[in-house]
Design a protein. Structure first.
Length: 308
C-alpha cells in the first residue's frame, strides 16, 4: 500500500462525509447501510441497473480508507484458476528439469520445493485474504450475476469462513477479513443463501437534484444551463420504454462530450448528433432521432422557461 490505512467511519454522518469528499453524491440510506456493513464486518450486496454507481462505491471506500482495492470481475465461465489461485506450471517444470540435471534428486524434497509459495499465483480471491489486521483490503466482486451458480456456491463458502484450502500447501485464512462489496446488475437472481450473508441495498437512479449535483461535481467545466438541461432530458428519457435506459455514467459522459463541443445549451441537432454517447442500442437511438428526442427537448425547454 502506498498510504496508511485509516479506521472506518464512526457514524453515518462521517460515512456521508467520506463519500462526499470523494465526489460521490449519496443519499442517507446508502450511507447508513455502508456504515453498518463496515461496523458489522458484513459484505455489502449492491443491486441496480448498470451505470448507477455501484462499482464506484468500492473505489471510494478504497480511497477514503487508504486500502488496496482488489477487483474480481465476474463473467460466464469464471473458475477457480482465474478467481482464486493457480500454479506457475512453466516455472515449476523448469525447476524440476534443473533439479533432475543435478543427478541427486529427492522426490519428496522436489515436491515440497515446486509446490511452495514461490510458484503460487494468487488470483483476486486469495489476494483479498492476505490483508493485515487493521489494513484489510477492499474486495470488489463485480457483476456477480454474470457467473454461473456453481461459482456462486463456491463463493458462498469463501464468504462464510474467509479461507481457501490449497491442497499442496494447506489452508490459507485471512488475518482480518476483507471489506467485501458485491455488485449485481440483476441479469439473473442471486441465491438467497448468499444474500443472507450480506447487507443489501438497491442503488436506484438518482432524482434530478442529486443527479445535477453529480454532474456539477464530475464535470465542473460544464455550463450550468447545459447541465440542467442534460439532467432534465435524461430524467424524462428514463420514463419512456427503452431497451437500456442511460445510467449516471452516461449522464456524466454526455455532459463531458457536450462541454468538449463548447455547447452551452441543448438543441435538436446536437441531441441527434451526440445521442450515441447516451444510448448504446440502435433501436433506442432511432426512436430518439425520429422525433422522440425533439419532443422531450421541447418539454425540457418549456419547463425550465416556466420555472425562470
Amino acid at each position: 500500500m502506498t498510504e496508511t490505512a485509516r479506521p472506518v467511519p464512526g457514524s453515518i454522518d462521517e460515512t456521508l462525509e467520506m463519500l462526499t469528499g470523494a465526489d460521490y453524491v449519496a443519499d442517507r440510506s446508502l450511507a447508513t447501510v455502508l456504515f453498518l456493513s463496515l461496523r458489522m464486518k458484513r459484505p455489502l450486496f449492491l443491486e441496480g441497473e448498470a451505470g448507477v454507481g455501484k462499482t464506484e462505491i468500492a473505489k471510494v471506500l478504497a480511497s477514503g480508507l487508504g486500502r488496496r482495492l482488489i477487483r474480481l470481475q465476474c463473467y460466464e465461465g469464471l473458475d477457480v484458476s482465474s478467481a482464486v489461485y493457480e500454479w506457475n506450471y512453466a516455472a515449476q517444470m523448469i525447476e524440476i528439469r534443473m533439479e533432475e540435471a543435478t543427478g541427486d534428486v529427492d522426490r519428496r524434497d522436489m515436491e515440497r520445493n515446486v509446490f511452495s509459495e514461490k510458484y503460487l499465483i494468487r488470483r483476486p480471491v486469495l489476494e483479498a485474504l492476505t490483508g493485515k489486521a487493521g489494513a484489510a483490503p477492499i474486495f470488489l466482486i463485480d457483476e456477480l450475476d454474470r457467473t454461473d451458480e456453481a461459482f456462486e456456491a463456491y463463493l458462498l463458502e469463501i464468504l462464510s469462513d474467509f479461507q481457501v484450502t490449497v491442497p499442496e500447501l494447506g489452508t490459507i485464512k485471512a488475518e482480518e477479513p476483507p471489506i467485501v462489496i458485491i455488485t449485481s446488475n440483476r441479469t439473473r437472481e442471486i441465491h438467497d443463501a448468499l444474500k443472507r450473508r450480506c447487507l443489501y441495498h438497491w442503488v436506484d437512479y438518482p432524482d434530478a437534484a442529486r443527479e445535477l449535483e453529480i454532474v456539477r461535481r464530475k464535470v465542473p467545466d460544464a455550463n450550468r444551463r447545459l447541465s440542467t438541461e442534460v439532467v432534465n432530458f435524461i430524467q424524462k428519457l428514463r420514463e419512456i420504454e427503452l431497451f437500456k435506459a442511460p445510467g449516471v455514467a452516461e449522464t456524466i459522459d454526455w455532459a463531458s462530450a457536450l462541454t468538449e463541443l463548447d455547447k452551452v445549451a441543448l438543441d435538436p441537432e446536437t441531441v441527434s448528433d451526440t445521442i450515441g454517447v447516451l444510448l448504446k442500442y440502435q433501436d433506442d437511438i432511432a426512436r430518439i432521432q425520429q422525433g422522440e428526442g425533439r419532443r422531450i427537448l421541447q418539454e425540457v425547454k418549456a419547463e425550465l422557461s416556466a420555472a425562470e
